[in-house]
Design a protein around this ligand. Structure first.
Ligand code: BLG
Length: 463
C-alpha cells in the first residue's frame, strides 16, 4: 500500500505544486476591479504581491455577496484565501481563520447632506437604513437592536458599497454604514454623502483562510503581511487607494464629485476627440483640465494665463488657438501642447515617468524642467526619474540654485503640486470609467460607479 505512507501535502505545498493561488474577493473599487491597466484594487495588488512572493500565479474569483464568499472559502475544492476587506468578528471567527491585520478602518454612519444628521446610535431609530447582507455592519445593527428594539434596517445581498452610497446620495435611503476606507475612496463620486458619526471603535481588516487550513498558508500570509507593514508596501497602497481624501480634503472630494456630474459632461466630447487625435488617454487630458480650471472655460490666472486648459498667450498662438476662452479650442491647444512637450523630452525618459515629466513641462516649461534634470545629475540623482527630479524643481525658486542654471528663476514648487494633483484626478477618473462599467457610462453622461450584478467583470482565469 504505497499511498498510506505518503503524507498529505500541506495547503502551502499544494498551492506551490499547483502553481496557482486561488483567492476569493468582491468586485468593488476598494477590493478588485478593472482599470486602464487591467486588474487592480487594494486587495488585488496586495494579494498579487503575495502570489509573486510564493512564485505562483494568482487566480481571482469573485463572490456575489459575503455569505457566498464565506461559503466558497469553506469548500474543499474552493479558493484557499479570502481577501475582501473583511473585519474579524466572533461570528466570523467560527467560520474562518483570520490573518494578522493590514488595515485599520472605522465603521461610519453615512447620511445625506441637508437631511437631519444623527449624532449617536439612538438617532438611527426611525430611519430608513440599508447595509450589506452578512456584513460586520449588519452585525453591529443587530447588536444595537437589542438596545433599541424599534430600530429597523434592511440587509441586501443585491448591492455593493457603492450602491449603498449612491442610494444615500440620491435620497432613496436615509442612512447606511460603511467602513472609513470605503468612504475615503468613494467620496469623490458622491457629492451629497457625509459622515454622520463613527459607530464604535476602529477595527482591523484581515485576510481569511478556511477553518480547517493547517496553518501552513496562514503562517506564510502572516509573515508576508508583517513584511509589507515594515517595508512600506502597505503604506504606499493605502496612500494610493484611500489617500484621495487626505490630499483633497473632504470638501475637495465632494466638490470634485459635484463637478464630475455638473461640469465634465459638457466638455467630455472635446476631451475624447482631441485625446484621440493626439493619442492621449482622454482621462489624463480631462485631469489636466480639472487641475487647470476645475473645468471652467472662462478662468484667468493672476499671471494672465487663460481658459479651460490655461494656455499662455504664446502657447495659444503656437497651437493655433484664436480664442483661449472657447473650451473646444482650449482643449485642442492643450492636447497638442502636451504632446509637443512630451515628444521633446529626452528619449531616455521612460513611461510612466515620461508622462509625469510631460505634465511638469506643460506647467513650468521644458527649459526649466531641463534645468531641474541638470540639478538632479549634479546631486547624483537620476534625471530620468520623476521621484528624483521633483525634489530638485523647488530649488528653481531659490537664488543659490537658479543662479547656476541655464533658464534661471522659476516657480518650481508649482509643477510638483500640479503633477501630484493631476495623477490623483487621473486615478479617480479612471475609476469612474472602468471598462466593467462601460455599459453604464453612457457617452457624454458620466455616472458614478456601480457594480453590475448581472454582468460581472470578465475574469482572467490565471495570469
Ligand atoms: C505654462 C505654459 C508653458 C510655459 C510655462 O507656463 O503655463 N503652458 C501652457 O501654456 C499650456 O508653455 O513654458 S515656456 O513657454 O517654456 O516658458 C512657463 O512660463 C499654465 C502654465 C502656468 C500656470 N498654468 C499651464 O499649467 C499658471 O497659470 N500659473 C499661475 C497660477 S496663479 O495664478 O499664480 O495661481
Amino acid at each position: 500500500m504505497l499511498g498510506a505512507c505518503v503524507e498529505k501535502p500541506s495547503t502551502l505545498e499544494r498551492v506551490k505544486e499547483d502553481g496557482v493561488l486561488r483567492v476569493i474577493t468582491r468586485n468593488s473599487p476598494a477590493t478588485y476591479f478593472q482599470d486602464r491597466n487591467g486588474e487592480t484594487g487594494f486587495e488585488y495588488e496586495l494579494v498579487k504581491r503575495f502570489a509573486d512572493d510564493l512564485g505562483v500565479k494568482l487566480q481571482i474569483e469573485t463572490a456575489d455577496n459575503l455569505d457566498d464568499l464565506f461559503g466558497q472559502l469553506g469548500k474543499p475544492s474552493g479558493p484557499v484565501l479570502a481577501a475582501a476587506g473583511l473585519v474579524s468578528s466572533e461570528r466570523r471567527a467560527a467560520q474562518v481563520k483570520f490573518s494578522h491585520p493590514y488595515l485599520e478602518v472605522t465603521p461610519q454612519v453615512i447620511y445625506r447632506n441637508g437631511r437631519s444628521r444623527p449624532t449617536e446610535a439612538k438617532g438611527l431609530v426611525g430611519k430608513k437604513i440599508m447595509v450589506l447582507k452578512g456584513s460586520s455592519h449588519a452585525d453591529q445593527l443587530a447588536e444595537l437592536k437589542k438596545k433599541f428594539p424599534t430600530l429597523e434596517y434592511e440587509e441586501s445581498d443585491a448591492v455593493e458599497v457603492v450602491d449603498l452610497l449612491r442610494m444615500v446620495d440620491e435620497g432613496q435611503i436615509d442612512l447606511t454604514l460603511v467602513d472609513s476606507n470605503e468612504l475615503a475612496m468613494n467620496q469623490v463620486y458622491f457629492p451629497n454623502v457625509r459622515v454622520a458619526f463613527d459607530l464604535g471603535d476602529a477595527r482591523d481588516q484581515r485576510w481569511a483562510v478556511a477553518p480547517g487550513e493547517d496553518n501552513s498558508l496562514l503562517n506564510e500570509i502572516n509573515e508576508f503581511i508583517d513584511k509589507s507593514q515594515k517595508n512600506g508596501t502597505l503604506q504606499r497602497l493605502k496612500d494610493r487607494y484611500y489617500g484621495h481624501v487626505d490630499v483633497l480634503g473632504y470638501v475637495g472630494a465632494y466638490t470634485f464629485a459635484q463637478h464630475l456630474q455638473q461640469r465634465l459632461p459638457k466638455y467630455e466630447k472635446h476631451f475624447k476627440s482631441y485625446a484621440k487625435v493626439e493619442q492621449i488617454d482622454w482621462r489624463l487630458l480631462a485631469a489636466i483640465g480639472y487641475q487647470e480650471s476645475m473645468w471652467q472655460p472662462e478662468v484667468t490666472s493672476k499671471t494672465g494665463v487663460r481658459g479651460l486648459m490655461m494656455l499662455t498667450q504664446r502657447t495659444a498662438q503656437a497651437m493655433g488657438v484664436s480664442n483661449r476662452l472657447d473650451p473646444r479650442q482650449s482643449i485642442m491647444g492643450g492636447a497638442k501642447y502636451f504632446m509637443l512637450v512630451k515628444e521633446q523630452l529626452d528619449d531616455s525618459i521612460q513611461e510612466p515617468d515620461r508622462t509625469w515629466f510631460a505634465l511638469a513641462a506643460y506647467n513650468v516649461g521644458s527649459g526649466h524642467l531641463e534645468d531641474a534634470r541638470t540639478l538632479a545629475k549634479r546631486e547624483k540623482l537620476d534625471p530620468n526619474k520623476w521621484l528624483d527630479v521633483k525634489k530638485m524643481l523647488p530649488r528653481l525658486s531659490q537664488k543659490q540654485w537658479y543662479s547656476k542654471t541655464k533658464y534661471g528663476y522659476a516657480r518650481g514648487g508649482e509643477p510638483v503640486h500640479f503633477v501630484a494633483n493631476i495623477r490623483r484626478y487621473y486615478d479617480i477618473l479612471t475609476w469612474v470609467t472602468q471598462p466593467q462599467l462601460e455599459g453604464q457610462v453612457a457617452e457624454g453622461n458620466l455616472h458614478v460607479p456601480a457594480v453590475n450584478k448581472d454582468k460581472p467583470a470578465e475574469q482572467t482565469p490565471a495570469m
